[in-house]
Design a protein around this ligand. Structure first.
Ligand code: BGC
Length: 766
């Protein structure tokens, strides 16, 4: 492959190479007939193929395709194998349409539940988001279709998305906003990346060499091509030099002229030009469409979409076991969504579905008895006394009811953020009325992100269908009647009120600046550290059976959890593993800070596993833990650093339902050589386990003449240092006067740093 690319590069003229810095048209890469290089097609999705093309009359239309559940829904499955199967099915549809690149998955983090595009993203948690995205990419790419990790990066709002600057700490950037992309590259070898519209700390994401080249290619090993989001380019030359290979869509040659000019004056080098063309050729050659016609079965894919939806719906509440409904009794089916469901979001991801289920038909089939439908609200999502009265009468007459409610299309769409978390008032009013009239009522919600639910206490059962894709009807009916046991768990926290959310004070920002004041405290990291009330926690989801967590053990880097189905029916449980740092014995425990210098969230997700269990069955689940589970991004070091100490590893059914814990001890990161400066705090010399004890003792003995280190203890164990909390080294110059001139301190510090480096070098050799 690389030799073929080399040969093509040697045969191309500069002008031909420049043509490759933009697309051939809005949906193709550039082509070069002279050398037989075709333009390959890229299309939106990602929860189905959205191919825009022309009909015989030359009019644009969207080819019909299977609409699978969007990412926000898929994430509730906590099953990367499922996203892989869906990715593979979509890959087959791409192949059948000769589409080589699917523009997804979206893997931005849900910083605020009001981001209008959250339905396209997986989670508020970077670990979960990365694993789910990687599954999808693997499945898609195994079919020969390239995926596109988007939008790289820190694209967490739609308001002023083309200009806003996300002002985010390096630590939050690396711990929260980048890891899903890292996983997509390292674990799934994603073939293309789309840079985002927004700026990151003042600079456009597409003009950021540290991100697009140093990190993405240098550290992570990405070898495909980077494209711009559609019409994102501000300065083509700056973007080119930073590592954006292709501008999409092409800008009528305007900016290729800029590249040509920059090449002529030496600003863009031959090497840079070749680099980008090679990146594009690599993807083209790997993803040529098949010459022969390929097909897929729409019926089979509809079934696969239904299966996916079944795995993703979340039973939020089930007081008095209202669900599952027993068949054979009349059932009032209330809410216009039952006939015309909401199953995907709006904007560039909108798929033209092949079929859409009418939920009432599936409910009737499962029930085998009377189904009485009442719309409850009209097409504008408004209601009136007679619609409410009709719904209440139906519920009373049947003795049980299911109400379909949620967010209309206009609430969740690309290009616009939500201003509140409420449902349409008509939906709230309908639910209040029906639950007041009929005790045996289940509410089914259809929405791609959380809502405030003022009636949550009054509705005995709530099933969140999220956005279920075109085959949601059968899935909903089978879950409501217990043919399928629900197993989805929330991939995002559902807050009580908008005001409680982490980014509330800083969303969507002032003008073109959005300050990420909540830092790493995103999602449950925020709610759980603050012990704040939530409506439904991250990871929550009920089942028609019960699971007992019976054992946990840790051996080396592996934690094993035993889980048992102690109920009467088969079901699936997702065991979640969280790590939390034990408070350091000497430093404060404020804000969950576990050691000097780094505040840590109360806990964070480090593993998960979904398993199916028959009644009475017990299984051992094995979780290998890697360094990242115990690391923070150390801004001073510019890298992740494993922090030594004790950690509690908990097996949990949700972030608020910890069942079992085990303590593990982790060694300090040996690669992170610590440095002493005149502004180093004495306390840190003791608490930061990376400072070799002998060096610290020597230094402190000189700086506090006459003291002897005491044995044992971890903190300020020098008598003379009592009461000097927070003292920094340079302050001893004033205290000691002539005995410690500033140059002497500098020499001592240099000596200590030399010794530290020597000790680390010697350890590394071993
Ligand atoms: C969206 C991308 C999409 C592209 C092409 C942009 O506005 O942000 O996600 O892939 O349009 O439709």
């Amino acid at each position: 492959m690389e030799s073929k690319i080399k040969k093509l590069l040697s045969e191309m003229t500069v002008e031909e190479k420049i043509a490759f810095c933009e697309g051939g048209d809005a949906w193709h890469t550039a082509k070069l007939d002279r050398l037989g290089i075709p333009g390959i097609m890229m299309c939106d999705g990602p929860h189905g193929l959205r191919k825009r093309t022309k009909n015989e009359k030359g009019e644009m239309y969207t080819v019909k395709a299977t609409c699978f559940p969007p990412a926000a829904t898929m994430a509730n499955s906590w099953d990367p194998e499922l996203t892989a199967r869906v990715g593979a099915a979509i890959g087959e549809e791409c192949r059948a349409e000769k589409v080589s690149i699917l523009l997804g998955p979206g893997m931005n983090i849900k910083r605020s539940p009001t981001c209008g595009r959250n339905f396209e993203y997986y989670s508020e948690d970077p670990y979960l988001s990365g694993k789910m995205a990687a599954g999808f990419i693997r499945g898609l790419q195994e079919k020969g279709v390239a995926a596109c990790a988007k939008h790289f990066c820190v694209n967490n709002q739609e308001t002023r998305r083309f200009s806003t600057s996300a002002v985010v700490s390096e630590r939050a950037l690396h711990e929260i906003y980048l890891p899903s992309f890292e996983t997509a590259v390292k674990e799934a070898n994603v073939q293309t990346v789309m840079h985002s519209y927004n700026r990151v700390n003042g600079r456009y994401a597409g003009e950021n060499k540290e991100l697009l080249t140093d990190l993405l290619r240098g550290e992570w090993g990405f070898d495909g091509y980077v494209m711009s989001d559609w019409n994102a380019i501000s300065s083509r030359v700056a973007a080119y030099k930073a590592g954006c290979d292709v501008e999409m869509p092409p800008a009528h040659g305007v900016r290729t002229a800029e590249v040509r000019e920059a090449y002529k004056n030496g600003e863009i080098t031959q090497e840079e030009l070749d680099r980008s063309v090679a990146n594009v050729l690599r993807v083209i050659l790997r993803h040529l469409p098949a010459a022969e016609k390929e097909t897929f079965s729409p019926e089979e894919h509809h079934k696969a979409a239904a299966k996916a939806a079944e795995e993703c719906m979340v039973l939020l509440k089930n007081d008095g076991n209202v669900l599952p409904f027993a068949p054979g009794r009349p059932l009032a089916v209330i809410g216009a969504f039952a006939k015309k469901p909401r199953f995907q979001g709006g904007g560039s991801s909108h798929v033209e579905p092949l079929f859409v289920d009418d939920i009432t038909e599936y409910l009737a089939a499962e029930n085998g008895a009377e189904i009485r439908f009442a719309p409850g609200y009209d097409e504008k999502h408004e209601t009136n006394d007679s619609l409410i009265a009709e719904a209440v009468a139906a519920a009373r007459a049947c003795g049980r009811a299911v109400v379909f409610a949620g967010m209309p299309d206009s609430y969740e769409t690309e290009g616009r953020d939500r201003r509140h978390l409420r449902l349409p008032p008509a939906h709230d009013r309908l639910i209040e009325a029906v639950t007041a009239a009929c005790g045996e009522t289940a509410v089914v919600l259809m929405a791609g992100s959380p809502n405030e639910l003022p009636w949550a206490d009054k509705a005995p059962a709530i099933l969140h269908a999220y956005l279920g894709g075109q085959a949601l009807g059968g899935a909903v009916a089978r879950i409501l009647f217990g043919r399928v046991n629900p197993s989805g768990k929330l991939a995002e926290t559902h807050p009580v009120r908008l005001e409680d959310t982490p980014a509330y004070l800083n969303f969507p920002g002032d003008g073109d600046t959005c300050f990420y004041g909540e830092d790493v405290y995103v999602g449950y990291r925020w709610y759980d550290t603050r012990k704040a009330d939530v409506l439904f926690p991250f990871g929550h989801g009920l089942s028609y059976t019960k699971f007992a967590y019976t054992a946990i053990k840790a051996e080396g880097n592996t934690v094993t959890v035993t889980v048992k189905n102690v109920g009467a029916v088969a079901g699936k449980e997702t065991v979640q593993l969280y790590a939390s740092a034990r408070p350091h014995p000497v430093t404060s425990t404020y804000l969950g800070a576990s050691a000097f210098g780094f505040a840590r969230p109360a806990h964070w997700l480090v593993g998960f596993s979904k398993t199916e269990l028959a009644p009475g069955e017990e299984k051992e689940l094995v979780f290998p833990l890697d360094d990242r589970a115990f690391s923070v991004y150390d801004e001073k070091l510019g890298a992740f650093r494993r922090i030594g100490g004790e950690y509690e590893i908990s097996a949990a059914a949700s972030s608020r339902d910890v069942r079992l814990s085990v303590t593990v001890t982790v060694e300090e990161d040996e690669n992170a050589v610590p440095v002493v400066t005149k502004n180093t705090i004495f306390e840190d010399l003791f608490l930061d386990r990376r400072y070799p004890r002998e060096v610290v003792e020597k230094l402190v003995t000189v700086l506090f003449p006459g003291t002897e280190p005491q044995q044992g203890g971890e903190g300020l164990n020098f008598d003379a240092m009592r009461g000097k909390n927070g003292y920094v080294l340079r302050q001893r110059v004033t205290d000691l006067g002539e005995k410690l001139p500033p140059q002497k301190l500098d020499e001592l510090i240099a000596e200590a740093n030399g010794e530290i480096r020597a000790i680390y070098a010697a350890r590394a050799k071993k």
